[in-house]
Write a protein that binds this ligand. Structure first.
Ligand SMILES: Cc1ncc(COP(=O)(O)O)c(C=O)c1O
Length: 419
């Protein structure tokens, strides 16, 4: 995601603590996007760091096929308690993309092994599920993957249920299901927020209706909570707001509090059972070398402990309230559109003739923010804030103020060019 021919030198970071990154000469940068949406409690949280240090002295890595270990067992126990009881099984991997790949394989295998093979995957227009080939296939087609399009499997994309356009999305899905519902294996979606598409938000009611249609036609719902999971949208998982439980749920990023790479694909008993046969050919054939890595598991256990022992939900609620207040200020500006918030996520668009990921505004704004020692990484002409939960009100005020000044800067530049 870095065009080296155009970008300046990378910023060298030496250490991190809480909401801050520290570079050379003790330069302090406020991490307003949680280092690509992974850090939840704050950088280098001592309880997670200590758990990983303790684990490092005991067991570093062991094959996780036919073998098991304490951190994985403890994590599984805790994760099953942290998520809905219908999600009874978990498959560990090492990133969001691998969690999605495993989910797609589970969905396809489920239908085949239960005697009704289905081939079609349905997804949301604008969706992003990672950069491996299965994940790219499920994701939106665009500048990110245009080059690889001939190699991607065909996916049907439903129109994005933008506010006011939900009925269209549901109708397209209904029509598809009526026509070829018995060939649709799964609907994969990012619940409530399309992150990489510029933090586009849709309603819990629509998510619920999509879920209900899936149930009616025996289509598995894969909720990709890689970004939304672990509190980003205000609740532990975005699906909770729609009162639904997906058949398969993908987790990563916040699973270890962002400390170490890890992915998890959770599924219902029915899906597990489809592979649980005295027939080797029906094994769930998927492996990643570092699946169930003990250090990652220890970090994830410590993360879940923090949810039990620290006021994580209170911090999330405080950020949610602060964003809601800031929303009012930004909505009053005539030079922005689509000011939106959900939980700890705040986003707005700056109308621009070159909207989309390649908008020329993105790099200009990115440089502006870094000059002010705030890490914000616009997606095209959309700017979003997604801070770690340890962020203080003073930190948030600094982020809003920097965003406000960047809008003034863009407005004044535009006026100068027009003059
Ligand atoms: C919703 C979603 N799914 C999957 C991924 C891919 O995760 P990873 O980059 O860990 O492979 C991302 C990454 O941003 C994501 O936002």
């Amino acid at each position: 995601m870095t065009q080296h021919a155009l970008m300046g030198p990378e910023i060298h970071i030496e250490r991190a603590e809480g909401a801050y990154l520290y570079g050379k000469n003790d330069r302090k940068i406020l991490d307003a996007i949680s280092s690509w949406w992974v850090i939840t409690h704050g950088h280098c949280h001592p309880k997670i760091a200590n758990a990983v240090k303790a684990q490092a002295d005991k067991l570093d890595q062991v094959i996780f096929a036919g073998f098991t270990h304490e951190p994985a067992e403890r994590l599984t126990e805790k994760l099953l308690r942290f998520t809905d009881p219908l999600l009874e099984f978990v498959f560990y991997s090492d990133s969001g993309s691998t969690a999605v790949e495993a989910a797609l394989k589970m969905a396809i295998g489920y239908h085949t092994h239960t005697g009704n093979p289905r081939t079609k995957i349905v997804a949301l227009e604008g969706g992003y599920h990672g950069d491996t080939f299965g994940a790219m296939s499920a994701g939106a087609r665009g500048v990110f993957n245009k080059l690889y399009e001939p190699y991607l499997f065909e996916t049907t994309h439903l129109p994005f249920p933008a506010p006011g356009k939900e009925a269209k999305t549901l109708q397209v899905f209904k029509d598809l299901l009526k026509k070829e519902g018995n060939n649709v294996a799964a609907l994969i979606l990012e619940p409530l927020v399309l992150g990489a598409d510029g933090m586009k938000i849709y309603s819990p009611e629509t998510l619920k209706s999509l879920h209900d249609l899936c149930k009616e036609y025996g289509v598995l719902l894969i909720a990709d909570e890689v970004m939304t999971g672990f509190g980003r949208t205000g609740t532990k998982f975005a699906c909770e707001q729609a009162g639904i439980v997906p058949d398969i749920m993908c987790l990563s990023k916040g699973l270890t509090g962002g400390f170490l790479p890890m992915g998890a694909t959770m599924c219902s008993r029915d899906i597990y059972k489809a592979f649980y046969k005295e027939d080797r050919a029906k094994t769930f054939f998927h492996s990643t070398s570092f699946t169930g890595n003990p250090l990652s598991c220890a970090a994830a256990v410590a993360n879940l402990d923090l949810w039990d022992t620290e006021p994580v939900q209170q911090n999330i609620n405080d950020i949610t309230k602060a964003h809601a207040r800031a929303r009012g200020w930004f909505e009053a500006r005539p030079d922005v559109a689509g000011v939106r918030t959900i939980g700890t996520i705040f986003a707005l668009d700056i109308p621009d003739s070159t909207s989309g990921y390649l908008s020329s505004l993105g790099p200009v704004l990115y440089d502006f923010y870094l000059e002010h020692d705030v890490l914000l990484r616009p997606i095209g002409n959309s700017v979003y804030i997604l801070p770690p939960y340890c962020v203080t009100q003073a930190d948030l005020d600094l982020i809003y103020d920097t965003l406000w000044r960047s809008l003034d800067f863009i407005r004044d530049e535009g006026q100068q060019q027009a003059a």
